[in-house]
Structures are given as C-alpha cells and as structure tokens.
Design a protein around this ligand. Structure first.
Ligand code: G16
Length: 543
C-alpha cells in the first residue's frame, strides 16, 4: 500500500487545553483540521515508526470517521500495530489501562469529555503517553509547535476498516487488533475490589441507580454492575451510548444529572445513586437524600480505601487539584502520609503516580482515580464506594456524617460563568492579580483576607514549574475563594469561581451549602469587581 504525503499549511486554534484539543465538531470536520493535529502529534512523539498505539473514543458524533482517519494516518506514519475498541468505543480509563497493559507507546482518545456531542456541539482529541496518562505539558507544547510549522501529513488510501467484529485485521503493513472495550477493564476492576462482598451486598437487597447519561459507560456499567455483581436489571439507566448523548449534557453533577438527583431526593430513592460522563472518567455519588461533593468523596474514599483489596496495605499519599477542598489533606495528615496540591488537569498527577508518591487522586470537577491507571475513572470510584458500603454496612448519608464529625465539614460550591467575552474574563483576572498586596487584612462584609496569590506548581518529581494556575484568596476563619479560567470550554471564556468554608471541628455541619457560603461568595464577587468586569454575578451553573 502506497504511503501518500499530502501538503498542508498550519491552521490556527490547535493549542491543546486542560485535556487535549477541544473544538466545535464542525471545526474538526473542516478539511485538514484533524489531519494536521494528528500529524503534529506524530511529529511531536518522534514519528510513528514501529510503534503500538491504542485508539478509541466515547462514541460521540464524528467518532467513527475520525478513527478511520487516524487509522489511515497511523499506517501512513509507519505504526506497527493499533489496538482499537470494537466499533471505535473505549472509555478514557479503559484506554489508559490498555496502553499500560499492552506496553503501548501511547494512544488517541476521541472525546470532548462532559461537553455535549453532535454536529453542532463539541468534539475533541487527546493523546495519552506511554504511562497511560494525558500528555504532559512538555509534550503538548511540542504538539502545538508542530501544528505551527506543519507542511505535510502522511496517510494511505484505503477503504474504511471494519471495526464491528473483534479480531485481527491489517491496513497495509499495519496490524489492527479490534478488542472488546469492556473485557480487560472489567478484569482490572475484579482485581482491585472485593466483588464477592459487593455481590453479597446486592443479593441482600441493596438498590442502586447508575445514570450512564447515554454516554460511554453504559456497556461497562451493564456488564459489571448488572452482569457480574448481580445488581437488579434496570439499575443502569440511559445505558445506550448515543452520538448526541440523547441531546443531554453528559456531565455528572446535580444540574446535568437532575433526573437522578430528583430520584435520590425522593421517597423512591435507592440506596446509592451514581453517574458518569461522556468518556467515563468523571463520577457523581449521591446517597439517599445526600449528595456527596467530589471533594468530600475523595476524602472519604481515601479514608476508607483500605477496605478494598487493592488498597489494603494503605496509601502512599493523596493528591488533589488546587481548587479542590482540603478535606483530603486532613485525611492524609491523620494517616501520616503525603498530600499534594497540583494544578487543575489530570496530567499533573502523572509524575506523582509514576514516582509512587501518591495512590489516590481527585478533583473538584468530579474526577477521582488511583494508580491502577493514569486517568480519573468514573466506574472505579463507584465500585470503591460500593466496596466501602459493603464492608461498613452503613448508608452513604451515615458515612458522610461520620466523616464530618471526625474531620469537620468543608462547605463547597462552584459557580460557572460561561461564554464570557475573553477580553472581559482576562480583565477580571488581571484586576485580581493586580491587588494581592493591597488585599491583605482588608475586610469585605464579614470576611477578612488572610492571604492572596496566584498558584504556581513546582513538580516535586521533575522540577518543572507551571505558572498562572488560578488565583486564591484565603480568608480568616477557614474561607477560600479561587478564580480560574476553564481550559475545556469551546466558546469564549468560562470563569470558574470556587467557594469553600470550613466548619472547624465544632462548627455547624448541617447548614445549607449556599447559606454557609454566602459571606465568602459576597466577598469574592466584590474583590473581583464581577458586576463591572463581566456584567453579571449570577452564574450559569452552580454545582
Ligand atoms: C479535564 C481534565 C480534568 C480537569 C478538568 C477541568 O476534565 O481532565 O483533570 O479537572 O478538565 O476543566 P476546566 O479546565 O474546564 O475547569 P475532562 O473530564 O473534561 O477531561
């Protein structure tokens, strides 16, 4: 088969964000847009010659076409073998696992994660490295550089490869192995958790609703929860992956998984509610009448992980992203293990996990995971919760209440201001940065500023420094506000305002979250001069 070299020129807007390159689907469908980015990735990793790659995606619109393009370009770039999920499907954590399991050189994951899918919605491409984790900053910088100097891409002319049947095929010289997307991931979960105990829990009448949001985890959750662990048929809802996620927004939070939230707050609530996102790396956990914030979920999972076989010997350390509440730091302190604060983005956990400094990581954006892969893992979090519930034989609400009693409560909420004009968002951030010194000791309503700075991360493993990772304002009495611009949006800027207030050991633990955060919210909005800078203070989404 003849390798073709096709001339091209650089296209603007190919800078990978927090999690790969994410754009409107129609942008990805423009001539050469996908091809340029894929070739730039090959150039950045030193070419494809003789390499083994994993390829799969969350099944959203354009997934199938993009995979065929990537297969042809892989053959064009001399790749030896591609392992691809049947019908092009792989959840992000399953892809990470396959990279590690097969000692692959990396993988392409096609997803815009929790962003909606469809021809008028979002698409994305992530490249994960040989450790199974998202490309680190050094590599994404090389990829971007390559997009700016690209002059040609390599491909082959060939009909579409049939990905509907598990088995081996070839494309020219390149071997393609089509694998069941669930099988090896399920085997890994069975090693980590006490499946017998979870089976006994379900057999004893435990009830659950898992909302797959018409996204990639449907087949995984059905096979594992209903097929293997004995959860009742119908436990998994919205379990058929659809190209447009049923026109939903596959983000597992109380706003976008409202149906599940309403069920869990009603008198028909099962014992556990859970949801996962477009590509299966995020999770939401809700007990009967009790929503668990991602920051609390991380802390509770860390405090109880020893109840699952894989973590029986304890944790090496815990890492969380900076905007995540410090609830997990308190657990680490009590366990006498290290705790780490990283910038937003799972890629920053990679070095800590590879170096064995941490076992469990988590983020406020509904991601939790461990050293079993190098991605956050939605179903993993759900299974660890199930394992803990099976061992402790108490309700989710009880476990959360007990945790707050032992450690105090971190009231937490995130406000998202979407599609803000980019200039206005940058002006607001600049305004914050310009007043760090002046803020110290100043009072805003009931809140007095104790510290103000911008987070800069010094990676303890490779010494790299990542600057401008979000503005943090700490208040006397345990309040904190964090401001940062999202790296995953596709329209204008999304301003995120993260609010938290620690109850202390003796403070009230049963206040309404928004009431508990009223003072810190008012102070944060005043400090950034929100109304004047972006013309509004009411967010689009509160989680
Ligand atoms: C991605 C990263 C996460 C990160 C999130 C933040 O999530 O993988 O590690 O927390 O982005 O998003 P933003 O920059 O918008 O706040 P995902 O699930 O979209 O891949």
């Amino acid at each position: 088969m003849q390798i073709e070299t096709i001339e091209t020129t650089p296209i603007e807007g190919q800078m990978p964000g927090t999690s790969g390159l994410r754009k409107k689907t129609r942008v990805f469908m423009e001539p050469r847009f996908l091809e340029n980015f894929i070739q730039a990735t090959f150039d950045a990793i030193g070419g494809g010659d003789g390499k083994t790659l994993i390829v799969g995606g969350d099944g959203r619109y354009f997934n199938k076409d993009a995979i065929q393009t990537i297969l042809r370009m892989s053959a064009g770039n001399g790749v030896a073998q591609v392992i691809v999920g049947q019908n092009g499907i792989l959840s992000t954590p399953a892809a990470s696992h396959l990279i590690r399991l097969n000692g692959a050189d990396g993988g392409f994951i096609l997803s815009a994660s929790h962003n909606p899918g469809g021809i008028d919605e979002d698409f994305g491409v992530k490249f994960n490295a040989a450790n199974g984790g998202p490309a680190p900053e050094g590599l994404t910088a090389k990829m971007f550089e390559a997009t700016q100097s690209i002059s040609a891409y390599k491909t082959v002319t060939a009909p579409d490869v049939d990905l509907g049947t598990v088995g081996d095929v070839t494309l020219g010289e390149m071997a393609i192995r089509v694998v069941d997307p669930v099988e090896s991931y399920q085997a890994l979960m069975a090693e980590l958790f006490d499946f017998d105990a979870i089976r006994a829990l379900f057999a004893g009448g435990f009830t659950m609703c898992f909302d797959a949001m018409h996204a990639v985890t449907g087949p995984y959750a059905k096979a594992i929860l209903e097929g293997t662990l004995g959860a009742a048929k119908g436990t998994v809802v919205n379990g058929v992956p659809l190209e447009d996620f049923g026109k939903g927004h596959p983000d597992p939070n109380p706003i976008w998984a409202k149906e599940l939230m309403d069920l869990m707050m009603s008198d028909k609530a099962p014992d556990l509610g859970a949801a996962s996102d477009g590509d299966g790396d995020r999770n939401m956990i809700v007990g009967r009448g009790a929503y668990v914030t991602p920051s609390d979920s991380l802390a509770i999972l860390a405090a109880n992980a020893h109840l699952a076989p894989a973590y029986r010997d304890g944790l090496a350390g815990i890492a969380r992203s900076m905007p995540t509440s410090p609830a997990s730091d308190r657990v680490a302190a009590k366990l006498g293990i290290g705790s780490f604060e990283t910038p937003t983005g799972w890629k920053f956990f990679g070095n800590l996990l590879d170096a064995g400094k941490v076992t469990i990581c988590g983020e406020e954006s509904a991601g939790t995971g461990s050293d079993h892969v190098r991605e956050k893992d939605g179903l993993w979090a759900v299974l660890l919760w199930l394992n803990i519930l099976a061992a402790r034989k108490r309700s989710v609400a009880d476990i959360v209440a007990q945790h707050w009693q032992d450690y105090g409560r971190d009231y937490y909420s995130r406000y998202d201001y979407e599609a803000v004009p980019t200039d206005a968002a940058n002006t607001l951030m600049a305004h914050l940065r310009g007043q760090f010194d002046d803020l110290l000791g100043q009072s805003f309503g009931n809140m007095t500023v104790a510290a103000a700075d911008e987070f800069s991360y010094h990676d303890p493993v490779d010494g790299s420094v990542s600057q401008n990772q979000g503005v943090r304002i700490r208040f006397e009495g345990g309040g904190r506000a964090v401001f940062r611009l999202s790296g995953t949006g596709t329209q204008g800027a999304t301003l995120r305002l993260y609010l938290e207030q620690y109850s202390g050991m003796d403070g009230a633990r049963d206040l309404d979250t928004q009431v508990a955060l009223a003072d810190v919210r008012a102070a944060a909005q005043a400090i950034c001069d929100m109304e004047a800078k972006i013309g509004r203070t009411t967010p689009d989404v509160i989680t």
